[in-house]
Design a protein around this ligand. Structure first.
Ligand SMILES: O=c1ccn([C@@H]2O[C@H](COP(=O)(O)O)[C@@H](O)[C@H]2O)c(=O)[nH]1
Length: 274
C-alpha cells in the first residue's frame, strides 16, 4: 500500500508544489456571476474541478463554505471530493476537526474512509484538545490517509494559544510539530502526518525533524508572499506545500483562466523544487 505521504511526494514532483483551495466565498460566487445559493455553489465547485483535476498536486475544499448551505451543500462537497479523487487528484478536506477520542473516531471515519461519501485523502485536524485525542485520525494516517495538524496558524489570534510556553520551554506550536515528527519516524519519502504553518508568521517552529509535509496557507489574500514561504521553510523546501485559495479563485470564472492562475502560482514557487 502506498502511503499518503508517498502519493503527495509524487504529486508534488509531477504537478508542482501547490495546494489550491476551493473556497466558495459569497463574494467570489457574485464575482463569477453566480447566484449565492446551492446552484451557484455547484457551478463554482464544478468549474474548480474542471480546472484543477489532473493539474494540481493537492486540492483543499474549505468545508465551511459547503456546510453553510446545509445538507444540499454537503451533497455538492461529496460530489466535488469524488470527482477530484476519481481523476487521481489528492483531496485535503479542510474541516479542522478535533474532539474527545470517541467523537474523533467518527470524524476520522467521516473524512478518511471510503465507507463515507466525504472520504478524502487527508483532513486538517485541531490538536487543541490534546494531540493524543487525534489518535483515531492518526491511526488512519498509518493506513493510507493523511492528516495536517494545526501547529502555527496564519491568523494573528493563533499566537495566544500556539506561542504559549509549555513547562519544558517549548512553544505549544513546537510541541505539536514534535508530536507529528514522532509519528513520521521511519517514513521513506514524506510521512503522512503533516502540520499547518502560516505563511504570515514572523517565525516558524523548528521543522527540521518533521519528515512530513508542511501546509502553508496565508499566501496572497492574507498577505503572505512566496518570499515569506522561502524564509519560513528554511531547510525544508522539499516538504513545503503553499496553499493559495482566493488569489487563484479570483481569476475565475472560466476553468482555463483558473488553470493559468495555477501555472503562474506554481512558477512563483519554483524554488521549492530545489
Ligand atoms: O492557518 C490556517 C489554516 C487554514 N487556513 C485556510 O486556508 C485557506 C486560505 O485561504 P486564502 O483565500 O488563500 O486566504 C482558507 O480556507 C483558510 O480557512 C488558513 O488560512 N490558515
Amino acid at each position: 500500500m502506498t502511503t499518503f505521504g508517498q502519493r503527495l511526494h509524487a504529486a508534488l514532483a509531477e504537478r508542482g508544489p501547490l495546494c489550491v483551495g476551493i473556497d466558495p466565498h459569497p463574494e467570489l460566487l457574485a464575482a463569477w456571476g453566480l447566484t449565492v445559493d446551492v446552484a451557484g455553489l455547484e457551478r463554482f465547485a464544478g468549474t474548480c474541478v474542471d480546472a484543477f483535476a489532473g493539474h494540481v498536486a493537492l486540492v483543499k475544499p474549505q468545508v465551511a463554505f459547503f456546510e453553510v448551505f446545509g445538507a444540499a451543500g454537503i451533497v455538492v462537497l461529496e460530489r466535488t471530493v469524488t470527482a477530484l479523487r476519481s481523476a487521481g487528484t489528492l483531496v485535503l478536506a479542510d474541516a479542522k476537526r478535533g474532539d474527545i477520542g470517541s467523537t474523533m473516531d467518527a470524524y476520522a471515519r467521516t473524512w478518511l474512509t471510503d465507507a463515507s461519501p466525504l472520504g478524502s485523502d487527508a483532513v486538517t485536524v485541531s490538536p487543541y484538545l490534546g494531540f493524543g485525542a487525534l489518535e483515531p485520525a492518526l491511526r488512519l494516517a498509518v493506513d493510507g490517509r493523511g492528516v495536517f495538524v494545526l501547529a502555527a496558524t496564519s491568523n494573528p489570534e493563533g499566537a495566544q494559544v500556539q506561542q504559549a510556553r509549555t513547562a519544558d520551554g517549548r512553544s505549544v506550536a513546537q510541541v505539536m510539530v514534535d508530536e507529528a515528527a514522532a509519528r513520521n519516524a521511519g517514513a521513506d519519502t514524506l510521512g503522512s502526518v503533516g502540520v499547518v504553518v502560516g505563511a504570515t508568521l514572523t517565525r516558524a517552529p523548528d521543522l527540521s525533524a518533521l519528515h512530513g509535509p508542511i501546509l502553508m496557507p496565508g499566501v496572497g489574500a492574507q498577505g503572505g508572499t512566496a518570499e515569506d514561504v522561502r524564509r519560513l521553510a528554511g531547510e525544508r523546501l522539499d516538504a513545503v506545500v503553499p496553499n493559495v485559495s482566493r488569489e487563484v479563485l479570483r481569476a475565475g470564472p472560466t476553468a482555463a483562466a483558473l488553470r493559468d492562475a495555477v501555472s503562474r502560482t506554481v512558477d512563483s514557487f519554483a524554488f521549492l523544487r530545489a
